[in-house]
Ligand binder design. Structure first.
Ligand code: CP
Length: 334
């Protein structure tokens, strides 16, 4: 069964085809690729962009989307194997995924980490269980990676630079401040796609404790070996920003502090100066700025940066619609 759990599972040719189809959908939004087909969108966490763009995307291709929020408007689900289900959950993923597969042609899942134990969260249990039991393709709507965001960002960069070939661009993935510890998913994904596309990637973060999980650092190294780009980590803001073509910002919690966030808080609060501002952007090579959104203005990035012509975050958000239509069309018609 072909799923879309991570871009790393798809060949470069498959990703290029999705990006080309997304660009075509952007030029002409209507299609019949999902005519008579349907998708279940299973949300364990809130969303503005993902939910809206998937629902509309299915509609624009002649399909239908059903949104389910387990524990709210659908039964709470158990994911453990062999669990005696005498707690909150009313049904098991073994039934949920197989029943949904009898109704719909695609299942898509958003399930953020629990932020208590990274060794547990990194197993991506919810998404993996849907993929295990579903008999239709499963799409990742953001768990510990966010592959749809990756493709939307890639398309926005291709549009901005006027070329599909992004090799040699200097890409800075910068940690930025947020009062709470956030998911590493978008950072993992940005690192994955930027190295896959052959860019020269710098991961800028406050201290070595903010390094991403070794799985994604390994993907970056593998991608660089194949694509011819480069990858390094830096804790020096000025050095990292200087000459950058792309600045991509995200905040995330330091992995060693999962489950003891009160100890991470002073470190995080000492790095509010990682905010993306005009002074830092002035160091770049007339660089472009983006963020997955939602974004707290004047915490993660200043008003001046968000409102500048260099900011392509809105373009990237629009591209979610186009790339997801391309992903749905590719999977539904296999
Ligand atoms: N970027 C993103 O996934 O946005 P939402 O959380 O609003 O879906």
């Amino acid at each position: 069964m072909k799923h879309f759990l991570n871009t790393q599972d798809w060949s470069r040719a498959e990703l290029d085809a999705v990006l080309a189809q997304a660009a075509a959908f952007k030029r002409s939004k209507a299609g019949d690729q999902l005519k008579g087909k349907s998708i279940a969108l299973v949300f364990f966490n809130p969303s503005l962009r993902t939910r809206t763009s998937f629902e509309l995307g299915a509609f624009q291709l002649g399909g239908h989307a059903v949104v389910l929020q387990p524990g709210k408007d659908a039964w709470p689900i158990e994911f453990g194997v062999g669990t005696v289900m005498d707690g909150e959950a009313e049904e098991h993923i073994a039934e949920v995924a197989r029943v949904l597969s009898r109704y719909v042609d695609l299942v898509a899942v958003r399930a953020f980490p629990k932020f208590q134990d990274w060794s547990v969260d990194r197993e991506d249990t919810v998404l993996r269980a849907f993929a295990k039991y579903s008999t239709v393709p499963v799409i990742n709507l953001e768990t510990i990676t966010h592959p749809c965001q990756e493709l939307a960002h890639a398309l926005a960069l291709q549009e901005h630079f006027g070329t599909r070939d992004l090799r040699g661009k200097k890409f800075v993935l910068t940690w930025t401040y947020h009062p709470k510890p956030l998911n590493t998913a978008v950072a993992n994904s940005a690192l994955t796609i930027a190295t896959r596309l052959g860019m020269d990637v710098t991961l800028l973060c406050p201290t070595p404790e903010y390094a991403l999980d070794e799985r994604y650092l390994g993907w970056a190294r593998d991608n660089v070996a194949e694509s011819g780009g480069s990858f390094r980590m830096s804790h020096d803001i000025t050095e990292a920003y200087t000459g950058a073509d792309v600045v991509y910002a995200k905040s995330w919690g330091a992995i060693p502090y999962f489950g003891r966030w009160e100890q991470e808080k002073p470190i995080r609060d000492a790095h509010k100066h990682f905010i993306v501002d005009e002074a830092k952007m002035a160091l770049t090579n007339n660089g472009v700025f983006s963020h997955c959104l939602p974004l707290r203005r004047n915490v993660k990035a200043t008003d001046a940066v968000m409102d500048s012509p260099a900011c392509i975050a809105i373009e990237e958000a629009e591209n979610r619609l186009h790339v997801q239509k391309a992903v749905m069309a590719a999977l539904a018609n296999k």
